[in-house]
Design a protein around this ligand. Sequence first.
Ligand code: S3P
Length: 430
Amino acid sequence: MEIGKITGLKGTITIPGDKSVSHRAIMLGSIAQGTTEIHNFLRGADCLSTIQCFRSMGIEIKENQDIVTVHGKGLHGLTAPSDILDVGNSGTTTRLLSGILAGQEFDSKMSGDSSLNTRPMRRIIEPLTQMGANISSIMRNGCAPLYISKGNLHGIHYHSKVASAQVKSAILLAGLYADSETAVTEPTLSRNHTELMLKEYGADVSASFKLGSTVATASVKPCTELFGQNITVPGDISSAAYFIAAGLLVPDSEIVIKNVGINSTRSGILKVCENMGANISLLHETRAGGEPVADILVRTSQLHGTTVEGPIIPTLIDEIPIIAVMAAMAEGTTVIRDAAELKVKETNRIETVCDNLASMGCDITPTDDGMIIHGGNPLHSANIHTLLDHRIAMAFTIAGLVADGITNILDSKCIDVSYPTFYDTFEDLL
Ligand code: S3P
């Protein structure tokens, strides 16, 4: 995809449904009793992988225009897949599904694409094994393909080294099938969609913070049944982030982004924008599907550098590539730290962000857990090596809108993972 410099993005846009919420709605709908209707479901490749996995385990899932209907068969209603479950590029499918598969009576295998099969799975193998699950890395390298067979699960209190919603969710989902309460404590609160949605489906979940610390604990009691729900998925703030950045960076712009999920465990990007001097307002704040939502009004702003570190990191982990692009265009220095998790995303995002921004003329230095960006140099066009990482493709599309010359996003089709209509959304702003 070739991107040129523009001015004056104006209009109102709607962003597709949240990826994390869409995955969870299919998973919980499949193991609930009765019908679940999901409105504004994200038809991105990752969520379609989740649908396909559950279809392979006997769940009927119908896709109509705007509604996905899941005919759940209850906690013990899944059937053995006849083949290896294909999780594609999706870490969320792999890790959360591992928690559910650990509670099943049948054996299963999961495998994904070449990126997915290099991502760390010991982080879920270890706690699930402690719970009594039989789960192993088939190549014995701590990665997928994974093999899971029947085990007897018991409740544990797991202290996770990383603040990861995927790890927390895998444990809580396995906890539904355990013989006593299961708890997870993480160093900083990660996105809490699993806890919120489990409650909606009828599970006995609690979540707490320790006063004076950032440590967060979530727990679930063993469950006899979940019940099908009507779920409206909010717009994905991780997808909205590209248009927030476009509105701020492209001269003479004013964009309203409708119906975006602003759950505080996801909305760190808004705080960072505010710290950088952005002109952003939230309008029409309300709730949808148990989650807070709002319209976001963005106007072109002169940004300045900031420091992004500490407990805010898990609330914006997927937005760091686009934050780095904003920082490249901001006056002064931006420091991003405490974000070593970037190294184990779809690509090593410390490397992919730094290499590509440097190739556009940005003064940027990678660090062990983040990057240092001296902003304000004009960006120039380059060939952007996405390495098939959807968030790199989208973040550097925005960089291309403000760079001199024609920026070429290589393998831009990888945006299908989370936002297949990303380039169409721009049509509404021209
Ligand atoms: C996700 C959690 C995050 C995020 C990923 C989706 C989820 O990963 O990066 O895109 O839906 O739970 P971690 O929780 O492992 O950081």
